[in-house]
Write a protein of this length. Structure first.
Length: 400
């Protein structure tokens, strides 16, 4: 652009200077003999044209200087390098696979939400003992425990004896000693041990508070339960039990008993003699009906009687003022039980998967006096019918 300006200036200069010289040579000189006034005018015109020429020359000089200065400092014609982005390579260290240990996996259930006993798989080949002094011992063979002082055992856990190291006869003899020679034993965990019989209890133990016997093949409980009067937890789910011994009525401090997935075809009425019970579960037993004696369990807070083929509940259920959770799903109820609707202390109710009569069910909801979570899955209600349920139960969280 600067070059173009200079070129135009030069052209103008040539034109102006040419005209000036022509004017001077042709017009001004031949007329020098004119009068003095005329000469003065000529001189003024010449001075004006000379001034213009000087200005043009000065402009050219400035432009040339600027061009020369610019050439001394040329901008480097370098391309700006693109920023290189490098993706860090993460080295994945390969560690040796851990030894394959073994657990019993719980089966999540079938399409109807009903649980089934988990398949037996290999389990860790050891038993664990915890002592009163805080130490712990693990063993793979019962023979390793011959010199054990049973009086120092506080907790015993067998992680499944499906291994050649565990001889059944040796283990039974060891278990009998454990039950009768361990006065400081507080917790006994014999889950997943494929046990068919528990040895008789013949020695009192006032410290034993928890017994876990889930996932075995027990058809009966051992004699002598009355000798562990301070027992609080008795977990017996996934066995082959069909009844309870009378000695269980002596467990006046028992707070929790789990009898899920057994062979009960009637409610074990021996439990009504244990008023301390707080948690009672009988999931998936073919009970069909319940005795009207629940007023004898005033401390009950959780009642699990799902999938037990119940269609009605006894009136004494309404006396369970401390009950906060009840599971009634998977039964044969046509409407929501009025004796449950009146329990103001409830905070969680599962009434899913029942063959309800829609009209009766909607009417029965008017009697509900509790507030909390209400599960209503698989009731075959339409979207508008669920909306009607929610409209009736504005202060209750309905899940469907």
């Amino acid at each position: 652009m600067i070059i173009c300006c200079i070129y135009c200036m030069l052209l103008n200069w040539k034109t102006i200077s040419g005209c000036s010289l022509k004017w001077v040579t042709i017009y001004a000189i031949p007329n020098l003999w004119k009068t003095q006034n005329t000469n003065q005018k000529i001189n003024q015109n010449l001075n004006t044209h000379n001034m213009k020429i000087k200005i043009i020359l000065l402009s050219i000089l400035i432009c040339v200087s600027a061009i020369a200065y610019g050439q001394t400092k040329k901008r480097p014609n370098k391309k700006i390098p693109k920023a290189k982005t490098t993706i860090p390579v993460i080295k994945v260290e390969k560690y040796p696979a851990p030894p394959r240990s073994t657990v019993l996996l719980a089966n999540p259930g079938n399409s109807k939400g009903m649980m089934s006993p988990p398949p037996m798989v290999e389990a860790p080949k050891q038993i664990s003992l915890y002592f009163t002094n805080g130490e712990m011992l693990t063993a793979r063979r019962v023979s390793e425990l011959n010199k054990l002082d049973f009086k120092t055992i506080r907790k015993f856990k067998a992680d499944n004896k499906y291994t050649p190291e565990f001889e059944e006869v040796e283990f039974s003899a060891f278990l009998e000693r454990l039950l009768n020679e361990s006065p400081n034993l507080e917790e006994l965990d014999l889950q997943n041990c494929n046990l068919k019989v528990i040895p008789r209890i013949s020695t009192p133990n006032g410290n034993l508070k928890s017994i876990y016997l889930s996932y075995n093949n027990l058809t009966a409980l051992p004699d002598g339960l009355e000798l562990i009067p301070n027992l609080e937890k008795l977990v017996l789910d996934n066995n082959q039990l069909s009844g309870l011994p009378k000695s269980i009525t002596k467990l006046k401090k028992l707070k929790r008993i789990a009898l899920d997935i057994n062979q009960f075809n009637r409610f074990p009425e021996e439990l009504f003699s244990i008023p301390s019970l707080e948690i009672l579960t009988l999931y998936k037993n073919d009970l069909k009906s319940l005795p009207d004696q629940f007023n004898l369990l005033p401390n009950l807070t959780t009642l699990g009687i799902q999938y037990t083929n119940l269609s009605t509940l006894p009136p004494s259920i309404s006396t369970l003022s401390k009950l906060n959770s009840i599971s009634l799903n998977g039964n044969q109820f046509a409407e929501f039980p009025a004796d449950v609707a009146s329990l103001k202390g409830l905070t969680q109710v599962d009434f899913s998967n029942n063959p309800i009569d829609k009209k009766l069910f909607l009417q029965s909801l008017d009697a509900i006096k509790w507030r909390g979570l209400f599960s209503l899955y698989d009731l075959k209600l339409t979207k508008s019918e669920y909306e009607a349920v929610k409209a009736k139960l504005k202060l209750i969280d309905v899940y469907h």
